[in-house]
Design a protein around this ligand. Structure first.
Ligand SMILES: NC(=O)c1ccc[n+]([C@@H]2O[C@H](COP(=O)([O-])OP(=O)(O)OC[C@H]3O[C@@H](n4cnc5c(N)ncnc54)[C@H](OP(=O)(O)O)[C@@H]3O)[C@@H](O)[C@H]2O)c1
Length: 389
């Protein structure tokens, strides 16, 4: 059934939602433009955002409150895809996933909260399959570059050797960016939920938390600093690894174990040091500290335009086959990872669902559902590069 809009950006009055709406308003005009609008709980605030981002004057604003399920359902019935940045998702997100699953509406978010994701998989996978709702978590820096980076490496491994790499290491070589109030709130919500219910810690530390019924071999925790002779660099833990690794294992699971049932994966980042690679890593560490501390940021706050535009990231993926064969992939992005690049990635993921891929309903990962089509969009429109050899 034809819906009023291709895309509704829900949470457009927040820091990241506004960037996504601004990207749609400025990057898609004329013939090429999808039909889209913005939604939130306050029409006054939405009017202000709409005027400030240069959206079309006649943009019909949609009121929906996360605490009012009927308003969410009526929003979902009007859109082919909902982009949501109304987080923390574990506090405000469940009813929207339920409404999308019930109404067969596609959904993309920026969730990096594994406990919420697992709860939603358990509660809505079957219904989403029946209604055709394609629900895709983690369509930002967590976890698109990592999820598509591993997919790209494994495609190259199959091309070169006829089979996937059993062991893949993702190494964040460079990153520069900042933190928003909503991301700080999500990190705080995860920590306080785990403090209230220690059973959640098992799920948070389980690499296979998002593959119900399947557990692969032991995975490196990536918690102990190590020297990488090939990179000539010290590696230290990467705080986003626990989310990305779970998503990468779910992609493998959803693709019928295309990477193998014995697939082993971890993520670390280059530590600061005197040489070229490690020198840039000082920025990486500063970014990570800012991501973790949040610095008292409030909802709506985040990096300045200049900070976003000066940001970047660069990830190396090293693949090894049991017989010694090697394959590598690289992914780069041209803005700060969490917001400048993330806002482009999630908007393109939504467009990919509207225009490029079909696929069954269910709770998906970006690489498992959109794979090469999303990679093409991100390369052509969103400032990412992917290479493999
Ligand atoms: N994984 C990644 O790569 C990544 C990157 C960026 C962001 N994120 C995530 O994205 C989310 C948003 O971050 P942010 O910094 O943009 O947050 P933010 O600035 O605090 O924005 C939150 C938005 O949620 C809305 N909201 C809150 N309660 C609501 C309710 N009851 N009904 C309707 N709307 C409600 C707010 O509306 P009002 O204006 O009315 O308060 C606002 O639009 C967070 O969960 C964050 O972790 C993830």
């Amino acid at each position: 059934m034809k819906r009023d809009f291709d895309i509704i950006v829900y949470g457009a009055t927040g820091y990241t939602g506004r960037l996504i709406a601004e990207y749609l308003a400025t990057s898609y005009r004329g013939e090429d433009a999808p039909s889209w609008t913005i939604a939130g709980r306050s029409i006054d605030k939405l009017e202000k955002v709409s005027a400030e981002i240069g959206a079309p004057d006649d943009l019909p604003l949609v009121k929906a409150d996360a605490a009012e399920p009927a308003s969410l359902r009526s929003m979902c019935e009007r859109a082919s895809v909902i982009i949501t940045t109304v987080g923390p998702y574990q506090l405000h997100g469940s009813e929207l996933v339920a409404a999308c699953a019930a109404t067969g509406t596609a959904y993309v978010d920026l969730c990096g909260e594994p406990v919420f994701m697992r709860r939603m998989i358990d509660a809505h996978q079957e219904e989403a399959k029946q209604t055709g709702a394609r629900i895709v978590f983690s369509c930002g820096f967590d976890s698109i570059p990592f999820d598509l980076g591993v997919l790209t490496l494994q495609e190259k491994a199959r091309e070169k050797f006829g089979r996937p790499a059993r062991r893949v290491k993702a190494r964040l070589r460079k990153m520069k960016g900042g933190m928003s109030g909503g991301t700080a709130a999500s990190a705080r919500a995860t920590v306080s939920a785990a403090a209230r219910d220690p059973a959640l810690i098992r799920l948070l530390t389980d690499p296979f938390a998002l593959t119900p019924g399947f557990s692969g071999p032991a995975q490196p925790a990536g918690l102990i600093p190590e020297y990488d002779p090939r990179m000539n660099a010290m590696l230290v833990p990467f705080p986003m690894a626990p989310v990305n690794t779970k998503n990468v294992h779910r992609t493998n699971f959803l693709l019928g174990h295309a990477y193998g049932k014995d697939f082993v994966y971890d993520e670390m980042m280059v530590a600061p040091g005197p040489d070229e690679i490690a020198g840039v890593a000082t920025e990486t560490i500063a970014t990570v500290f800012s991501l973790l501390s949040g610095g008292g940021l409030k909802s709506g706050g985040g990096p300045t335009r200049e900070q976003r535009e000066r940001g970047f990231y660069d990830i190396l993926f090293q693949g090894e086959l049991p017989d010694g064969g090697r394959v590598e992939a690289e992914v780069t992005g041209d803005r700060d990872p969490g917001y400048g690049s993330t806002s482009k990635m999630i908007a393109e993921a939504a467009l990919c669902l509207v225009r490029d891929v079909e696929g069954e309903g269910g709770i998906w990962t970006p690489a498992a559902l959109m794979g090469a089509a999303l990679r093409k969009r991100l390369t052509e429109r969103a400032g990412l590069t992917f290479s493999a050899h």
